[in-house]
Design a protein around this ligand. Sequence first.
Ligand SMILES: [Zn+2]
Ligand SMILES: [Zn+2]
Length: 324
Amino acid sequence: MILEAPRQPLHVVDIPAPKPDATQVLVKVAACAVCRTDLHVMDGELPKPKLPLVPGHEIVGIVVKKGKDVQRFKIGDRVGIPWLGWTCGECEFCRSERENLCDRARFTGYTLDGGYAEFMVADERFCFPIPKNYSDAEAAPLLCAGLIGYRSLAKTGNAKRLGIYGFGAAAHIVAQIARFQGREIFAFTRRSDLEAQAFAKSLGAVWAGDSEAPPPTPLDAAIIFAPVGPLVPLALRAVAKGGIVVCGGIHMSNIPSFPYDLLWQERTLCSVANLTRHDGEEFFALAPRVPVRTTIQMFPLTEANAVLSRLRSGQIHGAAVLVP
Ligand SMILES: [Zn+2]
Ligand SMILES: [Zn+2]
C-alpha cells in the first residue's frame, strides 16, 4: 500500500521486493500494527515525508534475505521493526545516548518505507528479536505503542498515581506495565466513551472517566496519548504539586494558553520523541515478565484505508493489526 501525496487514500501497487544493503535484512511481513502516527503522516501533519511512501512502523516478519554485513540475524529469524530505522551514530545526540533525537535519524513508514507491504528492508541494527510467547499479530503493537508508551512511562519516574489521557493502543500496554510496577491508573477518555472506560477498568484502572472530569484524588503524573492540545492544561490541573505531565504523541493540536498557576509548584511538562534501541532492549525484556497482553483487531492489509478511518473516529479498542 502506497501513499502518493498527503491527504490521499493509500493505493495498492505492485513493486518488486527491495534489495537489502550491506547492513539490511529483507523481511517478509507477517503483521503490521496501525498507529495514530500513520494518520499524522497521511494527513500531512509531519514535515517532509518520503513520497511516495509505504507507511507502517510496527512490523513483525521473517528474515528471508540479508546483506553481506548482517550479523545479528539469520535467514528464518523473526524480527520486529520499529519507528527508529536509522541514526548517524556521530552527532552530539547519538554520542550522548540520545539517538532518539539524532539530527539525521530516519523513521520507518515516514522517511523510510514501512510495513504496509508484503516485503520490506530494515537495518538489522535497529531491529529487535521478538519474545517467543507472542504471536506475530500480538507482538506488532509492542513495536511502537509498547516502546513509546514505555518511554513515556519512564519519564514519570516513580509516580504512584498515574493519569492516562487517551486510552488506545499505547495506553492499554502502559497500563499493564504500570500496574505490574504497583502504580494506580486513572484513565481519561473522550467524553462519555463508556466502552473505552470499561476497557480501561478491565485492565485494572482504579478510576475511569471523561477527560474534562477531575480525578477523585490529585495525581503524581499524567501521560497524554491523545493528540489534543486542550488536554495539557487539564492534565496539569489534575496533577499535584511536583507532578509531571508527559506528552507521548508525535503531533498535537495547539495547546491553549493557561494560567501560570497550573505549572507553578514545580510541575513539569515534557514530550517524548521516538525511542532509543536501549528503550527497546529494556521493554522487550520486561514485557514477557508482566506479561503484557495486547488486545488486537486483525484486518487484511488491503483494508488499510478503512482501518485508518476507524482509528480516526475512535472505533478501535486496543490495537488494529494489518496482515498481508
Ligand atoms: Zn507509532
Ligand atoms: Zn545522530
